[in-house]
Design a protein around this ligand. Sequence first.
Ligand code: ARG
Length: 626
Amino acid sequence: SLEELSNKLSSLGLKDPLPKFEGSNPSTNPVDIYRCYIADQLAPITGVDAKVIYPGLEWTSSFEKGDLVLAVPRLRLKGKPQDLAAEFAAKFPENPYTEKVTVQGTFLQFFFKAGLLSKIVIPQVLELEKKYGPAPTGTGKRIIVEFSSPNIAKPFHAGHLRSTIIGGFLANLYEAFGWDVIRMNYLGDWGKQFGLLAVGYQRFGDEEKLKNDPIHHLYQVYVQINKVIEEENAELVAKQEEAKKTGELLKVDPNQKGPTDNEARAFFARMEAGDQEALGLWKKFRDLSIEKYKDTYARLNITYDVYSGESMVAKESMEKAAVMMKEKGVSEESEGAVIVDFTKFGKEFKKLGKAVVMKKDGTTLYLTRDIGAAVERYEKYKFDKMIYVVASQQDLHLAQLFKIMKELGYEWADRMQHINFGMVLGMSTRKGTVVFLDDILQEAKDTMHEVMKKNEVKYAQVEDPEYVADTVGRAGVMIQDMSGKRINNYKFEMDRMTSFEGDTGPYLQYAHARLCSIARKANIPREELEKANLEHLTEPQATKLLRALAQYPDVLVNTMKTLEPTTIVTYLFKMTHLLSSSYEVLLVVNEKDREVATARMALYEAARIVLNNGMRMLGLTPVERM
Ligand code: ARG
């Protein structure tokens, strides 16, 4: 609490009670202690309200420029900003928090006093542990994060891989900030393809195989039956060509479908009509697939609160929406179908074109089901925010959905957000093109295992190589996915992502394991670390690392704005690089002076906590030995 913090600060000889501003969290964010203090000091000097100054104090781009920087033009004062900056710097009083204030153009740069920073940051990290970083700004708010959403019986492609990784991360992020998070999987589990799958299963299916490996078996069946359809289609086309030549046009209907296609259609029609027998088979496919998906998601530390799906959107919801769309003039009839013509909503919406919401035969579409699903979700969960984590190939679809909800007058339409992302190029492995998440993870694990075996001595020391290979391989896949901006495409490179060189998942895992190893060897009890004499942390490596650790809460606040995993990934690599360059200088195990060793170990333990928190936020499982 703020009171405890004030007591702690006064025990450090900092007498002034700390002011607090809207949005500030000095009791969980060490940098906010400085921000609050500096803003309060600058208020009488500048004549500007401290509330206005507080959010203007930002991190510098590099340590040479100090720690916090304030752009004087932000204060909107009369006079030349350069002159004002110089004046304010000169007037800034001697104080226990900052070493010096310098002027760079129109910027004021504040340098933290090194000695104090360690005493503020390290105890805060050690005390808060897993809670260090986020502030509870989302308490009382609810968010639905819809992610992964594969299509049953079809390949789990790169788009689903990315949605799973990014969505899992976003759910963790919001949860850490205190939001009530509902993790939702919206399965593609409805449509004509299920009629096809059922027909295929009746012909090629195997009960035993279905039970043992539903995802692969259903996919096999799906491929087989599609081949039949293709063959039948080719036959029809050949017949038509033949007819053209012989002039027997009238005998061949160009819209004619093959017998298997007709059978599939009929089967799906039975499903739509609620035929229990037809639905039974579909339900079996669905249940077995979900069971299997759950295992795979568990490997990624993901558990869903809700397995929803296209099949679960109630007819009544869609009918209700259809009536509303008609009444409000959002939809119109066109050649027997119902469509929405977005061009009528103005220039801005021209690019949304037209979309069908009800087919001629009265059946619904992907978009129709999404409209119904959104209404049902709001009624059930009254969300403050809802995120759809879906590939940017569906930008148009989601823009259409959001616009329709807005036009229907739902006040919560603005709370929906599409989190999109680019493609994975060349997602194939040595075994060929990967189509299932399980196969990707298996391949990453196998590759990682080979990499580990190359270092025989170390490999012999690893207690559970299977577990380590799996966990570290997975980290490789995930970090590669989250390294760039979401919207960028990236190339899937198994060898690169499982390498220890460069900014990879294995590198992060190694950094964590190394910190754990130092702690084991040093074997200094926690109580001693908490009482460490931090005056010993004087080396520039220690100071830089401390500043990086102090930045973590700010990095998270920033991540809530960007919703980009790379914001955290980039930070973690910066921090671990600083760690790597500290080990040679900040010895622990080989340091003779116990007091010095203890202070350094306290710093490393704080670094381990921050790294661990960051990795977990990204969905990784930090390993302790490897
Ligand atoms: N199942 C869809 C696909 O694989 C993704 C679903 C995205 N979510 C949604 N509400 N439309 O393409």
